[in-house]
Design a protein around this ligand. Structure first.
Ligand code: NAD
Length: 488
């Protein structure tokens, strides 16, 4: 087991530069999803722990906000170096606690590092604007300032990338941060904090409080928290958004998804099959940009047959094995939830053309579920509407692109959507009309990079300013306008 050096039987919180025990005696097990062997235990921290972390962050803010921006950026440069140096070890930690394949985990670390790269540009990003001569002898200037203490609440599926969507940019802008990682994948957060300290981050600039909803509520209610960044499931995202906004905080809440991929009759079928497979079954379907519904346009039986055949060939197993694509889901209960959706799909009349339940017993110690595909799913069925977040795919049939786009419009979610085609007219219509915020043209996972906003629509996002890119910068800064008269 390669948990970080400060981990003993129970993970510690990181407050004001110190590794400290939670005030609570309550803990949760953190097992490896591929084996269910215990990795460590995570404390279910209390309001008291939150108060200590927020107080440390508030105190640290007094100095950190005045550290010159290039000096803050230099710490991020060093952090970038340390993360890169530890790239493989970090990826292995992700595989251990999350279960995803090593290649995916390696890619996740890369995506996280890119966020630090982006935040290292703080001196340019933080620049204001000026206009000389808004009236006679009068000029206007805009300066950017940090908000104060920011709270970040993150999900299990990207234990590295999602925290790095948040705190590097927030602290580069001069804020201090309290991170509440997922209690199901908490180990990596401690390693991130350790390396950030090694990079030179002063005490209290980044704090980590482990736990569950009590810590979340503690952050949402705390009068000294200025803003909340949240990523997680839809019900919790909406709750966090409403609660934080009611407390007068700035909030961005990234939520669930149901991403549709439209396969046009003219698409390169081999490539479409390959992209759909890895988007649907990679990370066991536990990506907010995973394909979970394919719209097959026209009478395209060869595509459906090829998809089924390739799904049969997928290698299922532990993410540390090189050839494996389909890895376990995060917990047994999560698999139970997916199984109930499979039963619901059958009950509602969808055609179960590949039943992944048959592979469940091949690796009994882990939380495995084989690739599962339903055909002839209609938009009204529960499996078409809900986010299942597991290796379960719905195929919907459409006569033309207009019908396919209508399915996307009907979905409550709008994180991503993809089209497979070589037809320019179809591409343009898709780009203009698809009702989702991140589109792919022949791309299986059209997730944006750190310098663009992660731009979900509809119930996939609550708030105004997304994470990353200029949206992230605007979220973590407030503007001050100066108007000056020069007539004397
Ligand atoms: P989750 O909602 O269960 O947990 C997310 C965070 O909220 C965790 O830190 C958890 O402790 C906390 N939480 C959970 N229940 C709570 C409650 N009742 N009250 C207060 N806090 C609570 O999400 P998850 O299962 O860890 O992550 C998967 C979800 O995240 C999926 O829905 C996925 O689509 C979504 N996600 C979205 C994006 C995006 O960019 N839109 C990115 C990654 C993940």
């Amino acid at each position: 087991m390669s948990v970080t050096k400060n981990d003993t039987a129970v993970l510690k919180n990181f407050i004001n530069g110190e590794w400290v025990n939670s005030n609570s005696n309550q803990t949760l097990d953190v097992p490896n999803p591929a084996t269910n062997e215990l990795l460590t235990k995570v404390p279910v921290s209390s309001q008291e722990d939150v108060n200590l972390a927020v107080a440390a962050a508030k105190e640290a803010f007094k100095k950190w906000k005045n550290v010159p921006v290039p000096k803050r950026a230099r710490i991020l440069f060093k952090y970038h170096y340390l993360l890169t140096e530890n790239h493989e070890a970090l990826a292995k930690l992700i595989v251990e606690e999350n279960g995803k394949a090593y290649k995916e985990a390696f890619g996740e670390v890369q995506r996280g590092i890119e966020c630090v790269e982006f935040a290292s540009g703080a001196p340019t990003l933080m620049m204001g604007e000026t206009l000389s001569g808004i009236a006679e002898d009068i000029d206007s200037e805009m300066f950017r300032y940090p908000l104060g203490v920011v709270g970040g609440i993150t999900p299990f599926n990207f234990p590295m990338m999602v925290p790095l969507w948040m705190f590097p940019l927030a602290v580069a802008c001069g804020n201090t941060f309290v991170l509440k990682p997922s209690e199901r994948t908490p180990i990596l957060a401690n390693r991130l904090a350790e390396l950030f300290t090694e990079a030179g981050a002063p005490n209290g600039v980044l704090n980590v409080v482990h736990g569950a909803h009590d810590v979340v509520n503690g952050l949402l209610e705390h009068k000294d928290i200025a803003a909340i960044s949240f990523v997680g499931s839809q019900v919790v995202a909406k709750y966090v958004y409403q609660r934080a906004a009611a407390e007068g905080k700035r909030v961005q809440a990234l939520s669930g998804a149901k991403n549709h991929h439209i396969v046009m009759p003219d698409a390169d079928m081999d490539k479409a099959v390959q992209h759909v497979l890895s988007s649907t079954f990679g990370s066991a379907g536990q990506r907010c940009m995973a394909c979970s519904a394919v719209v097959v346009v026209g009478d395209n039986e060869p595509f459906v047959e090829a998809l089924k055949k390739k799904a049969d060939e997928l290698i299922i197993g532990n993410g540390m094995d090189d050839e494996v694509l389909l890895t376990p889901v995060i917990r047994r209960e999560h698999r139970e939830r997916a199984l109930s959706y499979i039963e619901k799909g059958v009950e509602e009349g969808a055609d179960l053309i590949r039943d992944g339940r048959r592979e469940m017993d091949d690796l009994p110690e882990g939380n495995f579920l084989g690739p599962t595909i339903f055909d002839h799913v209609t938009p009204e069925m529960t499996i078409a509407k809900d986010e299942i977040f597991a290796p379960v795919l719905s195929l919907l049939r459409a006569n033309n692109l207009d019908e396919g786009l209508e399915f996307i419009r009907k979905s409550r979610y709008g994180n991503g959507a993809t089209i497979y085609t070589n037809n320019a007219k179809a591409v343009r219509q898709f780009r203009e009309e698809a009702d989702a915020g991140m589109l792919g043209i022949n791309v299986g996972v059209p997730a944006t990079m750190a310098f663009f906003p992660f731009s979900g629509w509809k119930d996939s996002f609550y708030g105004d300013l997304h994470v990353n890119g200029k949206d992230g910068l605007n979220f973590y800064t407030r503007k001050k306008m100066i108007t000056s008269r020069f007539d004397a």
